[in-house]
Design a protein around this ligand. Structure first.
Ligand SMILES: Nc1ncnc2c1ncn2[C@@H]1O[C@H](COP(=O)(O)OP(=O)(O)OP(=O)(O)O)[C@@H](O)[C@H]1O
Ligand SMILES: O=c1ccn([C@@H]2O[C@H](COP(=O)(O)O)[C@@H](O)[C@H]2O)c(=O)[nH]1
Length: 235
C-alpha cells in the first residue's frame, strides 16, 4: 500500500510506556520519529489520539461521576496527548498542528475540516484531540469519523496488540489472530478491539482498517509499505 492520506488512531495507553500512566518521554520521542519519517516520505498523516493513559469515561462511573462529566474529563486527556504529540513531532523535524474538537483557543486550534485539509495538503501532520467532541463516544469512533470526512483511504489503528483476535489476547491466551476479516465479521463476532460504532462507520465509509502494534520501532513506516504484522479489516 502507498496511500496518499491516512488517519492514524494512536493509542493513548501506548504513550505511557512501562509506567502505565501519563506520558513517557522516551516513548513519545520514538513514536514521533516514526510519524515524522513517514510524513517526510510524502504521506499525508492525520492522527486521532486516545486518552487511555489518563482517563476513560467508564472509570469515572465507578467513582460516582455522571457519564457526561466523566467523558468530558476523558476528552481533556486526549487534548493533553495531542499537545504533547504536536511538540514531539515538531522536535523530530516534521511540521505538526494540534487541533481540538472541544474549542480551547488559547491552547490550540479548534478542529475545522477545511483548516485540517489545508494543513494536510501543506505537509503538516494534524494531531486531533477531543475525539468527536461529544460524550458517549470513543476516540475510535472519532478516528473513523475524521478518516471519512478528511478523505483518508485507511484507518491505521496503532495499538498495544499486533492485530485482531477471536477474543481479547490480553485476557484469553487461546485467542487466535486474523490476518484479514470484514467489518461485518468484526461486528457480528463482537470483537472489542474497536467499538461497534467505529466498525460500522468505517464500513459505511468504505475505509480499510489496519490494526498493528506500535510497540516495535518503525512499524508505522512498515505498515505504510504494506509490510509488517497486522490485521486488515476490509469491506
Ligand atoms: N478481539 C480483540 N482483538 C484484539 N484486541 C482486543 C480484542 N478485544 C479486546 N482487545 C483489546 O483492545 C485493546 C485496544 O483497544 P483500546 O481502544 O481499548 O485501547 P487503545 O488502542 O490502547 O486506546 P486508548 O488507550 O487510547 O483508549 C487491546 O489492547 C486489546 O487488549
Ligand atoms: O468522542 C469522544 C472521544 C472520547 N471521549 C472520552 O475520552 C475517553 C478517552 O478516549 P478513548 O477512546 O477511551 O481513548 C473516553 O473513554 C471517553 O470518556 C468522549 O467522551 N468522546
Amino acid at each position: 500500500m502507498r496511500p496518499k492520506r491516512v488517519l492514524v488512531k494512536l493509542s493513548g495507553e501506548a504513550l505511557a510506556g512501562q509506567a502505565g500512566y501519563g506520558l513517557d518521554g522516551g516513548t513519545l520521542t520514538a513514536l514521533a520519529a516514526d510519524i515524522s519519517n513517514a510524513s517526510r516520505e510524502g504521506v499525508e498523516i492525520a492522527i486521532v489520539v486516545g486518552g487511555g493513559n489518563f482517563f476513560r469515561g467508564v472509570q469515572g462511573l465507578t467513582k460516582g461521576l455522571d457519564r457526561t462529566s466523566a467523558d468530558s474529563i476523558g476528552m481533556l486527556g486526549t487534548v493533553m496527548n495531542a499537545l504533547a504529540l504536536e511538540h514531539a513531532i515538531e522536535s523530530a523535524g516534521a511540521p505538526a498542528r494540534a487541533m481540538s474538537a472541544v474549542p480551547m483557543p488559547s491552547l490550540c486550534e479548534s478542529y475545522a475540516r477545511k483548516r485540517a485539509l489545508d494543513h494536510l495538503t501543506n505537509g503538516k501532520v494534524v494531531v486531533l484531540g477531543g475525539g468527536t467532541g461529544n460524550p458517549y463516544f470513543t476516540t475510535d469512533t472519532g478516528a473513523a469519523l475524521r478518516a471519512a470526512e478528511l478523505g483518508c483511504s485507511h484507518l491505521l489503528k496503532a495499538t498495544q496488540v499486533d492485530g485482531v483476535y477471536s477474543a481479547d489476547p490480553k485476557k484469553d491466551p487461546a485467542a487466535t489472530r486474523y490476518d484479514t476479516l470484514t467489518h461485518e465479521d468484526a461486528i457480528k463476532r463482537d470483537l472489542k478491539v474497536m467499538d461497534t460504532a467505529a466498525f460500522a462507520l468505517a464500513r459505511d465509509a468504505g475505509l480499510t482498517i489496519v490494526v498493528f502494534s506500535i510497540a516495535e520501532a518503525g512499524m508505522l513506516a512498515a505498515v505504510l509499505r504494506g509490510e509488517g504484522r497486522a490485521t486488515y479489516v476490509t469491506p
